[in-house]
Design a protein around this ligand. Sequence first.
Ligand code: 3PG
Length: 406
Amino acid sequence: MSDFHQNGIITDFHNLTRRPVAALEAELCEFGRRRPMSLILPSLFSELEGPALEAIVEELRRVPYLAEVVIGLDRADREQFLHARKFFARLPQRHRILWNDGPRLRALDAELEEHGLSPREPGKGRNVWFCAGYVQASARGAVVGLHDCDILTYDRGLLARLFYPVAHPHFNYEFCKGYYPRIAEGKLNGRVSRLMVTPLLRALKQMHGPLPYLQYLDSYRYPLSGEFAMRAEVLDGIRIPADWGLEIGVLSEVHRNHSTKRLCQVDLADAYDHKHQPVSEEDASAGLNRMSLDIAKALYRKLATQGVTFSAEGFRTLKATYYRLALDLIEAYHHDAVMNGLALDRHAEERAVELFAANLLEAGNAFLDNPGERPFIPSWNRVRSAIPDLLSRLHDAVEADNRGEV
Ligand SMILES: O=C(O)[C@H](O)COP(=O)(O)O
């Protein structure tokens, strides 16, 4: 049961009364007449074979208010795309699958590359970006929601709560982010969010002062959650990273473009579990190791756009400040876990913090060495201006793929 605290920066929607999902859905059906809702599901083909997505699709079948479901399918060959069509066919809502690795979308990507506009790097950000383009082209949704496809604790209530603040026709929120405790099997999870992002934001505040941007990011209870909803226009104007920096990138862009009064977060669930990636200490191109590097780089780049300057010494100080704050937080997490009868492996937590500290420096060096890198995917507004008919061709390509002309 959450409290009713408001942090004074963004509005917090709590779950104070455990309102039944049917009551929320009845309202959402009404809201949908004024503000139709589209759902984007960024997915890897491998997730169709895992335990989470099967249950997610079963829940989605019973959702009465969605105008459209857009599935971004990554890492699928032709047979796998055809399998995905069958897998999602049971959805009663209008739905389309973006076969991102198929010849039609690859050809459009090559054309984008000729204009210097391709997302280039594969990853969740790229997948979401193409889905956002399709949603814009199909023009069915006034509100667009998005969640991961590896949620093991999914239920329709989560989706209803995610859409509600932005879909309500008398509320004027542009963007809503989900939060929840990542607790499963008696353990506290959310390792990157808890052990890296939170202490990093606080270390940056110690070094650069309480910049409104840092205060704002720190006001999210779960800045890395993959669940958010926004007005369709918001999605068209933002520049997001192609990689694991997606979540931080989206939070930064909505802050740049909108007043914090138009931004909110919502309590989605009492507990949340998903597929856990390995820390991958030995391989910086995988797992939480890679994720922490991507996130640190995204944050540095966004801070640079706020006028913050960085130096090699600055990154060394940041590493030391972060490390101390992270160790203090481990103490707090540990005590909280003990009182709640949960387990917390302090040794594993401290090892993760050592790796994240090293990665803050590593990401800093990458930032200093490659100032000319193309870190963010251009906004769809820019693409529309450079190649005016690309969106309609994207739409046609997706339609043809989904008719099975592959
Ligand atoms: O949100 C996070 O911190 C990362 O996705 C890692 O989450 P996990 O520790 O629950 O796997």
